[in-house]
Design a protein around this ligand. Structure first.
Ligand SMILES: Nc1ncnc2c1ncn2[C@@H]1O[C@H](COP(=O)(O)OP(=O)(O)O)[C@@H](O)[C@H]1O
Ligand SMILES: [Mg+2]
Length: 382
């Protein structure tokens, strides 16, 4: 109704002297031109509509499809049915990654499916399908496994190079602890604890990739609080922090120390970007939120995990230099004179080990790293 009115106004008013406003394209023509497979399923999952790309994707014409239901193409235990039911019953938009649509008629692997309800037609569901190559181009959700591999190669060297000086630092802090004023003791304890954490991390890096990580319930707000305190007592002392948390968030299913490492690396980058730009009102915003609908296969298993917890680290620095953007998560990629370029590679590796995802969204004055993490109660209903 609204669009009809708007179109009418454009037609009547017109602007003969100025540039002509082109008429709005016909929605049906638009859908058929859309280079992304799009389907509408009605009740009993019968095909009601398929655009041209969907016909090609499935290798079946629209005329044939309307005689079929999805169960004629895909076995009924396929997770896509679960997704459709969730969309129907919850009125939610849900995406599922790395699905396999396998049957005598169809062979598609690594498909991303997004489902959304069609409010005008209760019970109908819109599906958008993407194969992996299209998803790669369209999708900036990056797990960067290759980056992780190049870190693996460095792990042994790093472990060796880091451990010796570290035990020196730890020992010195312990000595100081005996002689500093009571008020400063907190700092020496901090040094000792952090040295221990690095040592643990290095121990784990030595077995990078081989060892399954120990995971349990992690309170992400405590992790963020710890990271913020570390930052504010050191490299981010002059920067303002804001926290926008969802206090009802359930625990992350993860490894506490590794998540501290991830967030510390992100906050450190944010702070360094602000400091380097001489930003007078530098600000880092930490947020947590719950988001229905993101699911991903767990690496190395046919388990599917919900990723409903979203943790973001945002800064108002100048953004990521364009030339390093494509390789941002690779090891040794750095725009800093004395940067190691290892921070984000490690972040990518840890998040990938957690079965999570990381996204980057950057515009001048607003750089955001977004983590999608699994919650403690896993989805076991494939
Ligand atoms: N918040 C950010 N703002 C701007 N650039 C960033 C941000 N985070 C990361 N970068 C860019 O990504 C590069 C790689 O980061 P990282 O892997 O942590 O290595 P390093 O910090 O040692 O340079 C940085 O050198 C910087 O150019
Ligand atoms: Mg860094």
């Amino acid at each position: 109704m609204k669009s009809a009115v708007a179109r009418g106004v454009l037609e009547v008013v017109g602007r003969p002297a100025g540039p002509a406003i082109p008429p709005r394209p016909d929605p049906a023509a638009l859908l058929s031109a859309l280079p992304v497979p799009l389907l509408v399923l009605g009740s009993m999952n019968r095909f009601r509509f398929a655009n041209h790309a969907a016909e090609q994707f499935l290798g079946i014409s629209m005329a044939q499809l309307t005689q079929l239901s999805l169960a004629d193409l895909v076995p009924e235990d396929n997770p896509i049915f679960q997704l459709i039911e969730q969309v129907r019953s919850g009125d939610l938009t849900i995406s599922d990654h790395d699905l396999t649509l396998e049957s005598p008629r169809l062979h598609k692997t690594a498909i991303t499916v997004q489902g959304a309800p069609l409010p005008e037609e209760p019970g109908s569901v819109v599906l958008v399908l993407q194969d992996a190559s299209a998803a790669r181009a369209l999708d900036r959700q990056l797990t960067f496994r290759s980056a992780a591999r190049s870190v693996t190669g460095m792990a042994a060297i790093l472990a060796h190079e880091v451990k010796n000086p570290l035990s020196g630092i730890r020992g010195a802090a312990q000595l100081l602890e005996g002689s500093v004023a009571e008020a400063d003791k907190e700092l020496t304890v901090l040094i000792r604890d952090e040295a221990d954490r690095i040592r643990d991390l290095v121990d784990r890096m030595e077995a990078f990739g081989e060892k399954p990580i120990e995971r349990g319930p992690v309170n992400i707000h405590r992790v963020l609080g710890h990271v913020r305190r570390l930052a504010q007592s050191g490299f981010a002392a002059s920067i303002r922090f804001s926290e926008i948390y969802d206090p009802s968030l359930p625990p992350v299913f993860g490894n506490r120390d590794q998540l501290v490492q991830v967030l510390l690396n992100l906050v450190k980058n944010a702070a360094e970007s602000i400091v380097a730009s001489d930003h007078a009102t530098g600000e880092i915003v930490l947020t947590t939120a719950f988001r229905q609908g993101m699911r991903l296969a767990v690496p190395g298993s046919d388990h599917r995990m919900h990723l409903p917890l979203v943790v973001t680290v945002r800064d108002n620095g100048p953004g990521i230099p364009g030339d390093i953007r494509p390789n941002l998560f690779d090891a040794f990629v750095s725009s800093k004179p004395s940067g190691s370029g290892l921070g984000l590679a490690l972040v990518a590796k840890i998040i990938s080990d957690h079965g999570g995802l990381i996204e980057v969204d950057d515009r001048p004055g607003r750089t955001e790293f977004r983590l999608h993490l699994p919650m403690m109660i896993e989805d076991t209903t494939d």
